[in-house]
Design a protein around this ligand. Structure first.
Ligand code: ATP
Ligand code: MN
Ligand code: MN
Length: 296
C-alpha cells in the first residue's frame, strides 16, 4: 500500500502495516520503529562484525540469512568470508550505521546475529560466550542458578563477565577478552570454564553435548567461540511479542522476568541510559593455565 510507504535516512519503508508473522503479535512497523529507537544501543554490537539475520517473509518459514541477496544495494558494506563447510565465499553484511539497520528492518530481518570477532581482527574474538541453555520446560530460575556457577568459575580464575538474557529461553555470559586472544585459545578457555562451572554443581549444570545425557540440567554451551555468532544484545527474537536480548546486572538476576523485555518496553528503558553501564568488565587477558586446561 503506497500510502503506508515512507522514507527514513534514505531507505524506503514498505508495507509497514503488515503483520510480521502470524504469532509475532507485531507489525513490520513495530519492528522498524523499535530498531530505529534503539539503533544507538544496538549498532555498537554490530559494527564491523559479519552479520547473520533471521528474516521472516510473508507466507514463508523464517530463515537465517548469512549471504547477502543479489538485490542488496551497493552502499551496504560487506565482507567476503570463506565457508569451509559449503566450499564457497559468503558475502556478509557489516551493519555499521542506521541506514543499513533500517534497510535490514525493511527486509523483515527480526534477529541480528553478529560474529564474535570483527573484520579488523578476524580470528580474534572480542568476547568469550558461555551460553546457558535450560532444559525443556524448566523454570528460568535454573538458568540464573547456572549463570551464578559460571560467575563463580570465572572468579576462581580471576576473570569477570556480564550477563544478558538471550531473549529466547536462556542467558548469555559474556567475557570481554583482549586482542591477543586467538579463536583457538578462546574456545579452549570457554570449554575449561564450562567444565569448571559443571564441577561446582554437577546436579545443576552439564557440559554434555548429547541432549539425552543432560537429564534435566542446564547445558553450559561452550561451542559459541571463535568464528561463531551470537544474537546481539538489544536484538529482538522471533517469538510471540518480540522479546529482546537484554543486559542484566548480577544483582538483578533473581528478579528478572525475560519476557518483560520486548520491542514495546525496551525503547523507554534505554532512552536515557545504557543498560550495560557499569556491567561490562574491560577486555581481559586469558590466564595461560585456563587455556591449557581447555586444550587437555
Ligand atoms: P536460547 O536461549 O533459546 O538458547 P540462543 O540465542 O542462546 O537462545 P542457541 O541455540 O543456544 O540460541 O544458540 C546460541 C547462538 O548461536 C545464537 O544466538 C546464534 O547466534 C547462534 N546459532 C545457533 N544456531 C545457529 C545456526 N543454525 N546458524 C547460525 N547461528 C546459530
Ligand atoms: Mn542458548
Ligand atoms: Mn546453545
Amino acid at each position: 500500500m503506497s500510502s503506508a510507504e515512507q522514507t527514513r535516512d534514505g531507505v524506503s519503508l514498505t508495507n509497514l502495516d503488515q503483520p510480521l508473522a502470524p504469532d509475532a503479535g507485531a507489525s513490520k512497523r513495530d519492528l522498524v520503529d523499535y530498531l530505529d529507537a534503539v539503533h544507538g544501543r544496538l549498532l555498537p554490537w554490530l559494527r564491523g562484525r559479519p552479520l547473520s539475520v533471521v528474516r521472516v517473509l510473508r507466507g514463508q518459514a523464517p530463515f537465517m540469512q548469512k549471504n547477502l541477496p543479489k538485490y542488496t544495494p551497493d552502499w551496504v558494506r560487506r565482507t567476503s568470508v570463506w565457508a569451509e563447510a559449503s566450499h564457497r565465499d559468503v558475502s556478509y553484511a557489516l551493519c555499521d550505521d542506521r541506514r543499513t539497520l533500517l534497510w535490514f528492518a525493511n527486509q523483515r530481518a527480526v534477529e541480528y546475529h553478529p560474529t564474535l570477532s570483527t573484520v579488523d581482527r578476524p580470528g580474534h574474538p572480542t568476547d568469550l560466550v558461555l551460553d546457558l541453555d535450560p532444559p525443556e520446560g524448566a523454570d528460568f530460575g535454573v538458568a540464573v542458578a547456572a549463570a551464578r556457577l559460571v560467575r563463580q568459575a570465572l572468579a576462581d580464575v580471576g576473570l569477570a563477565g556480564a550477563v544478558k538474557t538471550s531473549g529466547a529461553k536462556g542467558l548469555h555470559v559474556l567475557v570481554p577478552v583482549d586482542g591477543a586472544t586467538s579463536a583457538e585459545e578462546a574456545a579452549a578457555a570457554t570449554r575449561a570454564l564450562a567444565v569448571r562451572a559443571e564441577r561446582l554443581d554437577p546436579a545443576l549444570a552439564t557440559t554434555a553435548f548429547i541432549r539425552e545425557d543432560r537429564g534435566g540440567r542446564v547445558f553450559v554451551d561452550s561451542t559459541r567461540a571463535g568464528g561463531a555468532s551470537l544474537v546481539a544484545a538489544f536484538s529482538p527474537r522471533l517469538r510471540p511479542g518480540l522479546p529482546v536480548s537484554y543486559p542484566v546486572g548480577w544483582d538483578d538476576l533473581d528478579a528478572v522476568v525475560p519476557a518483560d523485555f520486548t520491542v514495546r518496553t525496551v525503547p523507554a528503558l534505554v532512552a536515557d541510559r545504557d543498560p550495560w553501564a557499569g556491567l561490562l568488565p574491560p577486555p581481559q587477558p586469558l590466564p595461560a593455565d585456563l587455556v591449557e586446561q581447555g586444550r587437555g
